[in-house]
Design a protein around this ligand. Structure first.
Ligand code: AHM
Ligand code: MG
Length: 360
């Protein structure tokens, strides 16, 4: 009880993870993967904080597989994330927004978790020092990708049973795509780190949503909120309304309805950062809805199912909210491609159900 709790007692992410491990909620391999992700996030936080000083603003010059300009920090954050995961020795396959295909980790000691991530989401905000974030999801090791290929001259990668690895990427990549493309309902863990006025690490391992705040004095994430519940309803909407003319009529009617003052005399408030992590985090705490619909130009919207929509939907469901493509549960959709896009409506149950009714 709180009366026996020392005022110097604080729960860090590290101690929290160890407690989960002791309680059998996660295994020790997962603890190591999550710890290495939190290290990556701390590193990225430091890079983001100092970006204008270290000349890390602006574009890299390259364009990623999705035709987007890569910012310098996109590329560096991807490297930081990948390196932390690889050196954890517990990750078998990683799939990133910034890589064309999933990468089989060559030196995996054990564990072989599959990690999907967007190392720096919302990076169009970076040069103005506006919120950005990292998003990740973790799937169980999958035999599809881990199976040994008979040694007929082609190299093969590790299985859980044999910890030394030889990989021939060409042959493994195909298998990796198959194993990475799982529905979000298979996620074992998901989270994000928001780089904002505070650095916030939000995590679920399937037992509710926990929020940690980086204490820059300790360099540790400290538990600041547990078992977060999203309000059942909330009068804030976050859509890029600049696309209004490209939306279909049902969605336009929904959007108009939010602007009706109604009985309370107060319409909804509009808030849009253009950074999924920031817009989502506000929605989680204050309630409301975030949406990225399909439109005439982007038939499946903009956001990626695997490493943006599915992890966020797992988190929101763990907080008692809802993630939908307008018609069905995001977590029920099995991707067929790594970078597959999907419309997203996410937030308070009542708000997501409301837009679903309009779209039906
Ligand atoms: P990114 O992964 O290239 O950064 O794009 C994803 C971002 C989201 O964070 C944000 O919600 C959305 O794109 C904003 O898009 P738009 O500028 O079209 O409103
Ligand atoms: Mg992104």
């Amino acid at each position: 009880t709180s009366s026996t709790k020392s005022s110097y007692e604080l729960v860090t992410l590290t101690t929290w993870l160890l407690k989960q491990e002791q309680a059998g909620v996660i295994d020790n391999e997962m603890t190591i993967v999550l710890a290495s992700i939190s290290t990556a996030c701390k590193q990225i936080a430091a890079l983001v904080l100092r970006a204008p000083i270290s000349n890390l603003t602006g574009v890299q010059g390259a364009v990623n597989v999705q035709g987007e300009d890569q910012k310098k920090l996109d590329v560096i954050s991807n490297e930081v994330f990948s390196n932390c995961l690889k050196s954890s020795g517990r990750t078998g396959v990683i799939a990133s927004e910034e890589e064309d295909v999933p990468v089989a980790v060559e030196q995996s000691y054990s564990g072989n978790y599959i990690v999907v991530f967007d190392p720096l989401d919302g990076s169009s905000n970076i040069d103005a020092a506006v919120s950005t974030g990292s998003i990740f999801g973790i799937y169980a090791p999958n035999d599809e990708c881990l199976a040994d290929v008979e040694d007929n001259g082609t190299a093969f990668r590790v299985t859980n049973a044999s910890p030394t690895v030889r990989v021939q990427l060409d042959s493994v990549e195909q298998r990796c795509v198959v194993s990475v493309c799982q529905p979000g309902s298979n996620l074992l863990a998901a989270g994000y780190c928001m780089y904002s006025s505070s650095v916030i690490f939000v995590l679920t391992v399937g037992t509710g949503v926990y929020v940690f705040t980086l204490d820059p004095m300790y360099g540790e994430f400290v538990l600041t909120q547990e078992k977060v519940q999203i309000p059942k309803a909330g009068k804030i909407y976050a859509f890029n309304e600049g696309n209004f003319a490209l939306w279909d009529d049902k969605l336009k009617r929904y959007m108009d309805s939010l602007k009706e003052p109604g009985d309370s005399g107060k319409p909804y408030s509009a808030r849009y950062i253009g950074s999924l992590v920031g817009d989502f985090h506000r929605t989680l705490l204050y309630g409301g809805i975030y949406g990225y619909p399909r439109d005439k130009k982007s038939k499946n919207g903009k956001l990626r199912l695997l490493y943006e929509c599915a992890p966020m939907s797992f988190i929101v469901e763990q907080a008692g909210g809802k993630g939908s493509d307008g018609h069905q549960r995001i977590l029920d959709i099995t991707p067929t491609e790594i970078h597959q896009r999907v419309p997203l409506y996410i937030g308070s149950v009542e708000e997501v159900e409301k837009v679903e009714k309009f779209l039906a």
